[in-house]
Design a protein around this ligand. Structure first.
Ligand SMILES: Cc1ncc(C[n+]2csc(CCOP(=O)(O)OP(=O)(O)O)c2C)c(N)n1
Ligand SMILES: [Mg+2]
Length: 353
């Protein structure tokens, strides 16, 4: 089967369903979601290309996972905190982190918010409550729980969204974090992006349960398995989980089943371990094409708009690359910036504030 022959599994909604599930403004909201998904898809393709050309060092794509990140954008509020796993960069951008800042980071240049000191493709964006991604699998889960504990102590209404992959459910932090959140009824939404692989290890070699969401039961919280390639289903699961957390009723664990549509990262060759039909099955559940088909069927997107959205995303990504690529690397002196607090009267301040 070739790419063009792969039959897409359509999203099963009519307008009445969408009013009930997303609200009266579903057309506008889902079209906005579609724009972000196209930007994410465009970014992934261009960044993998740049990595192959030796222009950036490393990239971790999120192709196939866009319905979850953009669904979380529709649900989360500015006061919430995002603790990403490995593939939530699009959520940072949709929440307001600039594409330029992200590209500066990927080029690890002088305007990189992390000044070239973080691993590549590990954005951090304090201004939009997007905590630096940790490649140490699972650690962000217990950090999210700590943030939720702090929010509850301060009587703040913020919710912590903890993202992690299927592989992370085998980490110690998953169990410690879920347990504390369950006992303390903390405002956390645990979002497991089950893309069915932990690099080359398939999910059935990772866990003996039929659905990872069953693990919620052990920690006394509700859990559900959701089609993570259906943005409407993602929204319909995330919105009540966030509201429940905000009302002080405790955490929820959602397992979003989806397909990793690229190598694990720019360092990986999945042809060595994936079945040949993997990509055919993945394309049939492509979250971007599924939403696109729904919007077209319901008269919210025509060919002209579609081409315009794709062109805008391409131009925006190209523009940001051209801006970031010419910025020099951080100077050696910058190594001490943000490390030492300015000390009054000594003139030895090196931080940027
Ligand atoms: C504690 C720890 N062990 C191992 C690794 C190496 N490693 C990096 S990504 C990864 C797989 C993660 O799989 P999953 O949690 O399913 O996330 P995905 O990459 O599929 O999004 C592993 C084992 C690591 N980074 N940290
Ligand atoms: Mg995985």
């Amino acid at each position: 089967m070739t790419e063009s022959e792969t039959e897409l599994v359509p999203l099963p909604y009519d307008a009445a369903h969408l009013v009930a599930l997303v609200g009266d403004d579903w057309g506008e909201r889902l079209l906005g979601a579609y724009r972000w998904m196209i930007l994410g898809r465009t970014l992934d393709a261009r960044m993998l290309g740049l990595q192959r050309q030796g222009r950036i060092g490393f990239y971790g794509p999120a192709t196939g996972q866009e319905a979850v990140t953009v669904g979380a954008w529709l649900v989360s509020r500015p006061e919430d905190w995002i603790f990403p796993g490995l593939r939530e960069q699009l959520l940072a951008l949709a929440r307001g982190h600039s594409l330029d800042a992200y590209l500066h980071h990927l080029f690890a240049n002088d305007q990189d918010p992390a000044r070239g000191r973080q691993m590549p493709c590990h954005p951090t964006a304090r201004e939009i409550h997007y905590v630096s991604m940790s490649s140490v699998i699972g650690t962000q889960i217990s950090q999210a729980v700590g943030m939720a504990y702090a929010a509850r102590s301060k009587r703040a209404s913020s919710v912590a969204f903890a993202f992690f992959g299927d592989g992370a459910t085998s980490s110690n932090d998953f169990h410690a974090g879920m347990n504390l959140a369950g006992v303390q009824r903390l405002p956390v939404v645990f979002c497991c992006t089950n893309n069915q692989w932990a690099i080359s290890v398939p999910v059935d070699r990772q866990s003996a349960v039929a659905h990872l969401s069953m693990k919620a039961t052990a920690y006394g919280m509700p859990g559900a398995t959701v089609d993570g390639t259906d943005i409407v289903a993602v929204y319909a699961a995330l919105a009540p989980a966030a509201e429940r957390a905000r009302r002080g009723e405790g955490p929820t664990m959602l397992e979003f089943v989806l397909f990793r549509m690229t190598p694990h990262s720019s360092s990986d060759d999945p042809s060595r371990y994936q079945a040949r039909d993997w990509m055919d099955r993945a394309r049939a559940h492509d979250p971007v094409r599924r939403l696109e088909g729904l919007l077209e069927t319901l008269g919210q997107l025509d060919a002209g708009q579609k081409a315009g959205i794709a062109r805008d995303a391409d131009l925006e990504v190209r523009r940001a690359i051209s801006v970031a690529e010419v910025v020099p690397p951080p100077s050696p002196e910058s190594l001490l910036q943000d490390v030492l607090a300015p000390s009054a009267g000594t003139g030895a301040a090196t931080g940027r504030g």
